[in-house]
Design a binder for this molecule. Structure first.
Ligand SMILES: Nc1nc2c(c(=O)[nH]1)N[C@H]1C(S)=C(S)[C@@H](COP(=O)(O)OP(=O)(O)OC[C@H]3O[C@@H](n4cnc5c(=O)[nH]c(N)nc54)[C@H](O)[C@@H]3O)O[C@H]1N2
Ligand SMILES: Nc1nc2c(c(=O)[nH]1)N[C@H]1C(S)=C(S)[C@@H](COP(=O)(O)OP(=O)(O)OC[C@H]3O[C@@H](n4cnc5c(=O)[nH]c(N)nc54)[C@H](O)[C@@H]3O)O[C@H]1N2
Ligand code: SF4
Ligand SMILES: [Mo]
Length: 695
């Protein structure tokens, strides 16, 4: 690397869903400064503390810097340093032994939130290895909304925040903290400045809710009831787009008859939102031309996600907001190698029949296995045994529902290899731990295959520390060891070039350009119809039975209801300062948020004798953890909101125990999974609070 000071242009990665363009200063091969790029197509100069902390991550003494092989019992934190060839051989041997003894499908390839191209490289490795079991977190993240969208209108209707709207609806999506869906919150702010109104549907009075024209502070888990109430008002008051409905929808009459039962009085009683507010919000949505809806995790992290999302897409359709500028659109992707081609889906044509969840009706489009099925296969050998796993960019001990189940499953594996940037509670259970290079340390492409319409260049700026290597390079090496070497590349740069080639760019010119966007078209259906069975938006489904659903969306109460023993409704939200369980070890971020907090209304806190800043035990029917009380009127008295992803890096070798104490997923269960996507309930869980001081 250059021995001088230099500013570079790149894009943020691995800190949330956003893709801020950044200016990064390097000196003597080290990152010294990170700041927002004023020319950034998405962020126009904005950056946040997480993005700026990337310099610290590169330098951190906590990084894994050398491969390690277990020497003591699983999880006993006894390791020896290994060379890369040794660690790769051990990994290849572990995975191959399971393949030889139990078949390729006994090996799982696990990925968390996709960070860049490594996600697709991993699927390619699984396909070439012969295993249909790529395990991901899509059951609780994006598969419900993307696949339901495709069932209903043939595409995933993303919020078009690049053009002006009359109304932006943030439905269980807190873009200010999460930059969810590649939307940088500054884009929302810019639209508001241009005159867009804002509607926030969230049980918390977030900063965005405070600036909104409408804040519908509903009870967690009742979004479907609210959406049914909206549909009732809009159809009853004749506020829908009659032309679009007549020409481009099927099942409207059935939907209209169905929603008659869900009047605002009923919706108010279920959601806790004022009846008059439901009516005026529904009217505002229908009159806004156009309105766009950004819909977040909250509406999909329940087993009933399919029905809630069907209602939300129905609202977009009947109000004429689909495929119009400033509405919900099919984002046009730039021309790159298609993901299916890159992952070599052709090599595993019977993937669907072979994978762990063949019975799941929507899974043909779901490229991955929900984590609950993976763990059942390891623990109970149903539908067949899984014996070995390779994990990258994921920390299932914190991120999968029911953390005890995860621990049991990981300990039962014959072989586990984990690639990460630090020693996590998951890596601590592995046989082989591989030190991963991270942001700015290798060439990468951001947002490829994610359907946001924009793909970002993330050039390498510095060498990785120690012996860290990019995941893509590791997978390429494993591919050469475990599969036909001709299916792999001379080096990982070749992977990038092969992906970019269809755009007419090479890596260098792509980096120069910074990002590639598709040529956005609107109202494509006028020429081609919708890509559904009927060519229209399917408000009622005539194939519902095969999807184990009703023809029309139903409201079903949360699966874990409150009662006298568990009187409070627990939900969760992402911390603005961290990504899931990642980066608690980054000093500047930890200073901003030193401990995990649960939001409690002052009346509830007072009734239970809980003081602000005191320790609270949160108990559900599934488990108990401790977090610190944040007493705030931002939440309703019967609702509490805890933060997910907490473990304590500073507890060193004892971190195996520290993953339990404040980890939200100690409170969740996989007993009840949604029929369509295998989704567990991560929101709307009955709980009770006990001050730790009284225990
Ligand atoms: N209760 C509850 N559970 C949830 C959620 C929730 O809201 N509530 N949210 C869910 C959602 S939306 C998601 S997407 C999942 C996320 O699930 P995960 O992706 O498993 O989440 P993280 O905990 O961030 O784990 C990512 C790991 O990748 C490591 N890492 C970072 N960069 C790199 C890299 O370049 N290479 C490698 N090899 N490793 C890297 C980090 O150190 C970290 O340990 O969690 C889900 N779980
Ligand atoms: N800082 C940060 N950014 C992130 C992440 C992170 O961990 N940290 N994770 C990334 C990932 S992988 C994802 S998928 C996205 C997720 O992005 P978001 O969907 O925005 O994430 P959440 O904060 O989980 O949920 C959004 C809002 O839902 C509200 N909520 C809780 N329960 C309910 C409910 O029952 N109904 C409704 N309507 N609202 C409810 C919460 O109060 C919260 O404000 O964020 C990405 N960006
Ligand atoms: S908002 Fe997201 S993309 Fe932008 S700097 Fe922060 S973490 Fe990075
Ligand atoms: Mo996610």
């Amino acid at each position: 690397m250059a021995n001088d000071m230099k500013w570079h242009k790149t894009h943020c990665s691995r800190m949330d869903h956003g893709g801020c363009a950044l200016h990064v200063k390097t000196r003597d091969g080290k990152i010294t400064n990170v700041t927002g790029d004023p020319d950034g197509v998405l962020n126009r100069g904005y950056s946040c503390a997480k993005g700026r902390a990337l310099a610290e991550i590169h330098e951190s003494p906590h990084r894994l810097k050398t491969p390690m092989i277990r020497t003591g019992p699983r999880g006993a934190s006894q390791w020896r340093k290994a060379t890369w060839p040794e660690a790769l051989d051990a990994t290849a041997r572990g995975l191959d032994q399971a393949r030889q003894a139990y078949g390729a499908r006994s090996v799982a390839f696990c990925q968390g939130m996709p960070k860049g191209l490594e996600h697709f490289a991993l699927i390619r490795l699984a396909n070439t290895f012969g295993s249909p079991n790529v395990v991901a977190v899509q059951d609780v993240c994006h598969a419900p909304r993307e696949l339901t969208g495709r069932h209903m209108c043939g595409f995933y209707p993303v919020a078009d925040v690049h053009r002006s709207s009359d109304l932006i609806v943030l439905w269980g999506s807190n873009t200010r903290a999460t930059n969810e869906e590649g939307i940088i919150n500054s884009q929302i702010t810019a639209r508001i400045r241009q005159g867009a109104h804002l509607m926030v549907i969230d049980p918390r009075k977030t900063a965005l809710a405070r600036q909104a024209d409408f804040h519908l502070q509903l009870r967690p888990g009742t979004d479907c009831a609210l959406a049914l109430g909206f549909l009732h008002v809009i159809i009853k008051e004749d506020l829908f787009d009659r032309h679009f409905v007549q020409n481009w929808c099927t099942g409207f009459d059935a939907l209209a008859a169905h929603v008659k039962a869900f009047d605002p009085q009923w919706a108010a009683s279920v959601t806790g939102v004022d009846k008059a507010q439901i009516i005026s919000a529904a009217r505002a949505y229908s009159r806004a031309k156009p309105a766009c809806t950004a819909w977040g995790n909250a509406i999909e992290q329940t087993p009933r996600a399919f029905d809630t999302i069907r209602c939300i897409v129905s609202l977009m359709a009947v109000c004429g907001n689909l495929d119009v500028p400033g509405g919900n659109i099919r984002a046009a992707e730039p021309r790159l190698l298609a993901p299916a081609k890159f992952v070599r889906a052709d090599l595993l044509p019977d993937k669907r029949a072979q994978c762990l969840n063949p019975a799941y009706p929507t899974s043909p489009m779901l490229m991955t296995v929900p984590p609950a099925f993976f763990r059942r296969a390891v623990i109970e050998h149903t539908p067949y045994p899984v014996r070995a796993a390779y994990m990258q960019c994921t920390n299932p001990m914190l991120s999968y529902a029911d953390s005890e189940m995860t621990r049991n499953a990981l300990l039962k594996l014959d072989f586990l290899a984990v690639a990460d940037v630090v020693m996590t509670p998951t890596a601590a259970l592995a046989d082989v731990v591989l030190p991963a290079a991270t942001a700015f340390e290798f060439n990468d492409i951001g947002h490829y295959g994610l359907g946001h319409g924009i793909v970002l260049a993330r050039p390498k700026l510095v060498d990785p520390p120690g012996q860290c290597r990019p995941d893509m390079a590791v997978i390429n090496d494993l591919g050469r060891r475990l599969t036909d070497p001709d299916l792999w590349f001379d080096n990982d740069q070749q992977i990038l070039e092969s992906l970019i080639a269809p755009s007419g760019h090479n890596w260098e010119s792509f980096v120069e350009t910074g990002f590639l966007a598709g040529e956005q078209k609107f109202r494509v259906y006028e020429k081609k119809g919708f890509s559904t069975r009927s060519g229209r938006v399917e408000l009622a489904m005539d194939n519902a039975e095969s999807l184990e659903a009703e023809a029309l969306p139903q409201y079903t109460p949360p699966v874990d209801p409150t009662d006298a023993n568990f009187p409070l409704l627990l939900t969760s939200a992402k911390s603005p300062n961290y990504l899931h369980s990642s980066y608690r070890w980054v000093k500047s971020l930890r200073r901003r948020e030193p401990v995990p907090k649960i939001q409690i209304h002052p009346d509830t806190a007072q009734a239970l004798g809980i003081a602000d800043g005191s320790q609270v035990r949160i108990e559900t029917r599934n488990g108990a953890i401790v977090q610190t009380a944040l007493v705030t009127p931002e939440i309703a008295p019967e609702v509490v909101c805890a933060v997910h992803g907490w473990w304590f890096f500073e507890s060193g070798a004892h971190r195996l125990k520290s993953w339990q104490s404040s980890n939200f997923n100690m409170l969740t269960s996989t007993e009840c999974l949604g029929s369509q996507f295998g989704t567990p309930a991560l929101r709307a869980i009955a709980c009770r609070l006990v001050p730790v001081s009284s225990l």
